[in-house]
Design a protein around this ligand. Sequence first.
Ligand code: GLV
Ligand code: MN
Ligand code: MN
Length: 405
Amino acid sequence: MRAETVLERCDELATISSSPEHLTRVHLSPEHRAANDLVDGWMRQAGLSTWQDAAGNLVGRREGREPDLPALVLGSHLDTVPDAGRYDGMLGVLLAIAVVERLRDAVLPFAIEVVAFSDEEGTRFGNALLGSRAFAGTWDDAWWELEDAEGLSLRDAFVDFGLDPARLPGAFRRPEEFVGYLEAHIEQGPILEEADRRLAVVTSIAGARRFELILTGQAGHAGGARIERRRDALVGAAEVVLEVERVSRERGVIGTVGRIEAEPGGVNVVPGRAVFSLDLRAEDDAARDAAVDEIVAFARDVSGRRRLDLDVHELYRADATLCDPGLRAAVEAGIRSTGDDDPLAFWSRAGHDGMAVAAIAPVAMLFLRCGGGISHAPEESVRADDVEAALAAYEATVRELARTR
Ligand code: GLV
Ligand code: MN
Ligand code: MN
């Protein structure tokens, strides 16, 4: 299979969206089902036996030179952020299927599984990696009570999707079932483009924490409420947003406030409540945690000065994940086979399913360049010749692992 087919499939997948204007596809939605159905057909065409597991992940398997050998897993995710691009996650799944197709006649010392994870982004329920954490068996039953924006619980969403929460442990996998986990993904940043290179090997994946912060003051009349007496929650939030940027610069961590709501939301009403998100990442967990502590302490100070109440809820936490040296070496050999003698190596600022899978298998990642480093936006783009190179490197990586096992 060639890059053009992979890219055509990305285009086709991008039509499965909850909105006609932009691409949004979230966990346990009708679009999740439609995407699984479409990709299931491509997996079967590639010679994989498929099933949807008890967490809504789509899995395809091909046996190795004898049945029931441990598997090399090639994976990524099919869910998206709101108003997404068409390559984050999807490209990794479709490259994996293309690699399996290219290896159709190879006799391998391991089985191959391709996994299309159901929820990497956490768009719907706030907590990310729900698909891959189920796969890894690191599920926390407290998550059943997570709610989406409509107040529907994760438990009820499972049932609506046709899954039985009581059967979730059927999705849990064990370390002895695996040789390792590989994921191909667009870089989602500018390093490759700036270096004028196509591919890179990932050294580690940044640890991330996500929070919801709520500041509560007093709503009031935009004309009548005196400035000096106001308990304006949005102005307090604005101070915190700026502090997130300042701390990020000063400490070399990556902080983002991606969502903010002011309530009640009238043009002539002083905001009585502000609800906003915080996403904080760093290569090193201790640096990330120190930044979180500084920001939360600042938010407490703001709440005191402005007579606001502050609530902080941690929604998601994933610690930094080191890529496995043996798998990394195979990815580097794969990249070298494309004519790049000195593969770039750097850490991923973005989160990936491999962070969850690392609990049960060694993991490694192959990055490919994306246009302008842009991702999590509809302008996400890749070059067909880079996708071709990624495909060749990915196939060569699997062949290298087969050769050295
Ligand atoms: C996932 O894409 C993340 O890093 O937020
Ligand atoms: Mn993403
Ligand atoms: Mn992704």
